[in-house]
Design a protein around this ligand. Structure first.
Ligand code: G3H
Length: 542
């Protein structure tokens, strides 16, 4: 069993960290990306506090400051935006009019430079957000793969657009064209992956991008700023850092942001969107909150249901938008399931991100342990119980996961997103109970169903596909594979992301058309043959 003392002892002094994972402190990011160069910043900075606390003089863990990042002002944000609008140049800039094959070459160049920084970025993912070495490495590699898949998907899309269609006597060529300046803001839990899964598709489609790293997970972008500066023409990528209200508001109120790609909470998304003077001109691609339920049917394979629930609810300490955040279990198997789940959770290894086999790591958000404890206290106060002995044990930024059994609709854990290591378990008698909860929920991302009877599963799938956007059978909820559409209903998302969908959301279809007279056909033929246009072209990218 874990105790505050056993957890306390896991926090290392720097010389106790294996040499390959140590950080040379402080890590200082002293620049931001504007107009194709890294501009040195000598204004105020924000401190970066690591979730990997350090032992204080009496051994009590205390927050560890690992570095600082620029806290830009409004003027700098406006300058970054001005560079992006210049690169766009009302759609006439070199980047938006560049042949696709050339834009692809810039991104390929960037990927090579990005890979050179892998070790640094992975190390900073561990130190800045407490992600385990295995998950941090996976995040980096998955992102590189996503970029490569994006380029393949774009070649495919471009090939499809490299032809003329003739309908009702009209000849036309249809392609996807960029929309303008895109503001990309990723979340702290996937600061690299979920920034790049919007940034790269937006960019390669011809949109200049301004990106703002999340509040937590800023430093890890610093090694990549140079890669951006070296790979793209001026203004095509810019970065803003610091307080969101200070640096994002001037971007939005300018009316010069054409697309907002934001992964975070719906409250913040609404605030940002509202600042645009002409909201109807702003296209939004949003990944927001979720409260994905698991439903364990009476005939479920309990071992499988337990292992998938542990993965689904507690990977990266439950800090995934796709995490299982509420488990409904049929009363006939509730005791057995809860006991096995409690045992499995109790066996998870807490520790520092680089430790072999670690499954519970420090939480990066300040005050998170208290907020999680309040969720649990609310439930326990209304009759629920913590089913695993170490559930909720906390020391510093480490909180051991709690399985909370006996949760019902009166408790906050039933409907609010905990986004952390708490697994609420609800016992149901009639399947209508979880189905009603899903229908009435503010969220609509995914659900996991555990059972064996094809007839029963088939019957339940049909109503659920109209409530959420992915029904997982005997599997945890998750975003991947990245070729699959990732989206949600209600307060969970706007727009769909996947490798191919992302190329679509940052573009609009546009075409050149002409009545198919002999003269027009001759004109089109000569434009193509003499390569007079980038858009009107039948060239293939192989
Ligand atoms: O936080 C939300 C992420 O998109 C989840 O992705 O299911 O691959 O962990 P994942």
């Amino acid at each position: 069993m874990q105790t505050p003392d056993s957890l306390r002892q896991t926090f290392p002094a720097m010389d106790q960290v294996p040499p390959e994972h140590r950080l040379a402190l402080p890590v200082v990011q002293d620049g931001y990306l504007v107009g194709g160069a890294i501009r040195r910043w000598d204004g105020p900075f924000d401190e970066v506090v690591s979730p990997v606390w350090e032992p204080g003089p009496d051994g009590t863990p205390r927050p560890r400051v690992i570095g600082r990042t620029p806290s830009l002002g409004e003027a700098e944000a406006r300058e970054v935006l001005a560079a992006a609008t210049k690169a766009w140049d009302l759609g006439r800039g070199a980047w938006p009019t560049m042949p696709v094959a050339e834009r692809i070459r810039h991104v390929e160049d960037f990927v090579l430079r990005m890979i050179e920084r892998r070790t640094e970025v992975v190390r900073l993912l561990m130190w800045e957000i407490g992600k385990s070495l295995a998950d941090a490495t996976k995040e980096f590699d998955r992102t590189v793969e996503y970029v490569r898949d994006t380029l393949d998907a774009l070649k495919e899309l471009d090939r499809a657009g490299s032809r003329f269609s003739i309908e009702e006597g009209i000849v036309g060529q249809i392609r996807r064209a960029p929309l303008g300046v895109v503001l990309c803001m990723g979340p702290f839990n996937y600061p690299l992956n979920e920034t790049f899964t919007t940034l790269i598709p937006a960019l390669v489609m011809g949109n200049p991008v301004v990106f703002k790293p999340p509040r937590l997970g800023v430093l890890l972008h610093a090694p990549l700023l140079r890669a951006f500066a070296e790979s793209f023409p001026p203004g095509v990528v810019g970065s803003v850092h610091g307080d969101g209200r200070t640096v994002v508001s001037p971007l939005m109120t300018s009316g010069q942001v054409d697309v907002l790609a934001f992964i975070g909470t719906s409250g913040v998304a609404d605030l940002i969107r509202k600042q645009h003077p002409k909201p109807h001109r702003l296209r939004c691609v949003l990944g927001l909150e979720a409260k994905n339920p698991a439903v364990i049917l009476p005939d479920a394979d309990l071992d499988l249901a337990v292992s998938e629930t542990v993965l689904g609810a507690l990977s990266f300490n439950g800090q995934r938008c796709t995490a299982l955040k509420l488990v409904f279990v049929h009363e006939s198997v509730a005791d057995a399931f809860t006991a096995r789940l409690a045992t499995a959770v109790e066996a998870l290894k807490p520790g520092m991100p680089w430790e072999e086999g670690v499954r519970v790591t420090p939480l990066p958000e300040p005050g998170k342990a208290e907020r999680l404890a309040a969720f649990v206290a609310d439930a326990v106060g209304k009759g629920a119980r913590v089913a695993n002995p170490s559930g909720g044990v906390t020391a510093g930024s480490l909180t051991f996961p709690a399985v909370v059994a006996g949760v019902d609709a009166s408790m906050r854990l039933f409907r609010e997103e905990q986004f952390g290591p708490v697994v609420p378990v609800v016992t149901y008698r009639d399947l209508e109970e979880p189905v009603r909860a899903i229908v009435e929920s503010d969220y609509g991302q995914q659900v996991s169903l555990f059972g064996r009877d094809p007839a029963e599963l088939g019957r339940i799938v049909d109503p659920l596909v109209n409530q959420v956007c992915r029904v997982n059978l005997n599997s945890q909820c998750q975003r991947g594979p990245d070729a699959f559409p990732f989206t949600g209903r209600k307060d969970s998302a706007e727009g769909t992301l996947s490798v191919s969908d992302a190329l679509r959301v940052f573009t609009i279809r546009t075409l050149v058309a002409a009545k198919g007279t002999p003269e027009n056909k001759e004109i089109l033929t000569r434009i193509v043959r003499d390569r007079r246009s980038t858009f009107l072209s039948t060239d293939f990218i192989l």
